[in-house]
Design a protein around this ligand. Structure first.
Ligand code: 4AD
Length: 457
């Protein structure tokens, strides 16, 4: 089917004869002898205004046309005499793909709540806000691929089905072909598809390490799954993670890359999709622009110990009092980035006791070469580390944390054969989108959110 996208027509620098557009009707206003139609085809936020004369072929449909109907319109693009738009389409012919019964079509011209829109995930991308979110997702993903490509990173694909729990946190979804009643026994396990227990991946890191220890600089970008039962606005059971991994690199290299990735990509998306972002600045968060401007500042870099000292001396009463040895909570992360430093913050060198087995133990034997990036408004968006490349130390950490080193022979082989210092991190793609849009709930930046008791289709 030949059509011109509305985004291209609206950018036109001259009038055009005989173009065809296809899209969904947003509004219709009837006047004497003609109608104004606002058509949106998803290619951009703006609608195309169409003037349809009551005499053109297809005009017999005009009366029944309701919001949500899908149309094909042929016409001439002309300068609009009206306010608010440069171009309009003077229709010469109109046809209808499908009507949308106004009695039943749920997206009418009024404002709908986020909760209501979540209940119609099949239609919400047709609203301004969710159309914009999905275009921003696409732009951010592409920008990140470009970022890595320009720096010589290879895009690698980590498996979705895995036999391991990367984070050691136990928040795993089981993958099985067995009847849940029968699962559990050794016999059932042996008979299961892989002959052993299998899970959905919580992180592509361990396989990214394999690839980094062969190709140098790599990244993986895919869906990850966590059966965290925390029903918070920042956690989803299925979310996307961007995970670079670099060979011949240490903690500082990972910190530098994390800062560069966030600041460069947000800056580029702001330029490329300012129309979509302005929608959020106008209707979702009036502080958005100022918050995004904070990224022009280099990130503050502090250690975990410094972070706890700042929190303890802040005079603030936190729900979880900050204490050396305890993990930082969201309220702490937000205080540090939003109120104290008022910019992006990188916290490094956390206590070994609260971090996974693969992080490199520091010289003091107490902390690990971990990094978290905190941003105002969302808190943690990145977690990563320099990896433990020394076989003995790695095996010891596994034992301390109750893991079976034999199950990780392949991972330990990377340390046995030509081990190298290496480092990487995971960036929560949705968390960065929440930061960019000011959207408070992760369910509203995911096209089809999966959270506890919520799997619409
Ligand atoms: O800090 P995390 O758990 O790090 C890892 O998984 C490492 N293996 C990554 C690596 O080094 N390659 O998760 C990384 C980021 C978090 O900072 C957060 O932004 C996001 O993933 N994240 C979630 N986002 C949405 N919903 C959840 N349930 C999330 N859990 C983590």
């Amino acid at each position: 089917m030949q059509r011109t996208k509305i985004v291209h027509l609206l950018q036109s620098d001259a009038a055009q004869e005989d173009v065809v557009v296809m899209g969904w009707l947003r509004t219709k206003r009837e006047a004497k002898g003609f109608a104004f139609l606002e058509l949106n085809d998803g290619s951009c936020l703006a609608n195309l205004q169409i003037i349809a004369d009551a005499t053109i072929p297809g005009s017999e449909h005009l009366e029944q046309l309701g919001t949500g109907a899908s149309l094909k319109v042929r016409g001439n693009l002309a300068e609009s005499p009206g306010k608010g738009q440069r171009w309009e389409l003077q229709a010469t012919e109109l046809s209808v793909f499908g009507q949308a019964d106004p009695e039943r079509y749920p997206l009418q011209k009024k404002r709908h709540s986020d909760e209501f829109l979540r209940s119609i995930a099949e239609l919400r991308p047709r609203t301004n806000k969710y159309g914009a979110v999905n275009r921003l997702r696409s732009e951010l993903a592409l920008t990140m691929h470009r970022f890595f490509h320009e720096r010589g990173f290879f895009y690698i694909h980590s498996p979705i089905i895995t036999g391991l729990d990367c984070e050691g946190a136990g928040e795993l979804f089981r993958v099985t072909t067995q009847d849940p009643q029968a699962a559990g026994s050794q016999a059932a396990r042996d008979a299961d598809f892989f002959g052993k227990r299998a899970f959905l991946t919580v992180s592509g890191q361990l396989t990214a390490e394999v690839m980094a220890c062969a190709l140098g600089d790599v990244y993986t970008f895919g869906p990850t799954f966590r059966a965290e039962n925390s029903n918070t606005p920042r956690h989803a059971a299925e979310f996307w993670m961007v995970e670079p991994e670099m060979a011949f690199a240490d903690l500082q290299d990972a910190v530098d890359l994390a800062e560069d990735l966030v600041r460069t990509c947000v800056g580029q998306v702001r330029q490329a999709r300012d129309e979509d972002l302005n929608l959020f600045a106008r209707f979702v968060s009036t502080e958005l622009e100022a918050r995004l401007d904070l990224l022009q500042e280099p990130f503050e870099r502090i250690t975990y110990h410094q972070a706890i000292d700042i929190l303890a001396q802040s005079g603030r009463s936190f729900e979880y009092p900050p204490e050396q040895g305890r993990d930082l909570q969201t309220e702490h992360e937000r205080f540090l980035s939003e109120e104290y430093f008022k910019k992006g913050v990188v916290v490094t060198n956390y206590p070994a006791s609260i971090k996974p087995f693969y992080m490199r133990v520091d010289e003091d034997g107490q902390t690990v070469a971990a990094l978290d990036v905190l941003l105002p408004g969302v808190g943690e968006i990145i977690g990563g580390s320099q990896r433990e490349e020394r076989l003995e130390g790695l095996t010891e950490r596994m034992q301390v944390l109750g893991l079976q080193p034999e199950e990780y022979e392949w991972y330990r082989n990377l340390r046995r054969f030509g081990t190298v210092p290496h480092a990487g991190f995971g960036l929560g793609f949705e968390r960065l989108l929440m930061y960019m849009t000011g959207v408070h709930n992760i369910r509203d930046v995911l096209p089809f959110p999966r959270t506890p008791n919520n799997l619409s289709f």
